[in-house]
Design a protein. Structure first.
Length: 136
């Protein structure tokens, strides 16, 4: 798929609108709110991530797999599906159709990759890791 034109401003708008919805969502909001302790800093990191994914800007310097595996006890396939549903709704509402489709395609691949990484971790350890009380 050819990457549709998207701007840093659109990435900013989508990330902030999407995670505002995530934080209020009854299914995945508690997972995110329990894991993220400084939302402004996290939103900047997410903007850098999506800039790197969509614009190949190289702004993101983190490691998403370890960050998600750390919270694997609270991450479910249903949660990933809900995340993708909210992402689709948000991008459809805020972006031109080609840009929304491009971001949805990337999000689907990211969710699949993270799902596989978490499943691999669970298989390797033989059980779900307990979520530390500080992250509940």
């Amino acid at each position: 798929m050819t990457i549709a034109a998207i701007t840093e401003d659109e990435i900013h708008t989508v990330v902030h609108a999407f995670y505002a919805r995530v934080r209020e969502d009854p299914m995945i909001g508690p997972v995110f709110n329990g894991a993220i302790h400084d939302w402004p800093v996290h939103l900047e990191k997410l903007e850098a991530f999506w800039s790197s994914v969509m614009l190949t800007s190289g702004r993101y310097k983190g490691q998403p797999v370890p960050a998600h595996v750390r919270h694997e006890a609270r991450i479910t396939p249903e949660g990933f599906a809900r995340w993708l549903s909210l992402w689709r709704e948000t991008t459809d509402a805020l972006l031109p159709p080609p840009a929304a489709a491009a971001m949805q395609d990337k999000a689907g691949r990211i969710a699949e990759s993270l799902s596989h990484a978490i499943a691999f971790y669970r298989d390797k350890t033989g059980s779900r890791a307990p979520c530390p009380a500080s992250e509940r």
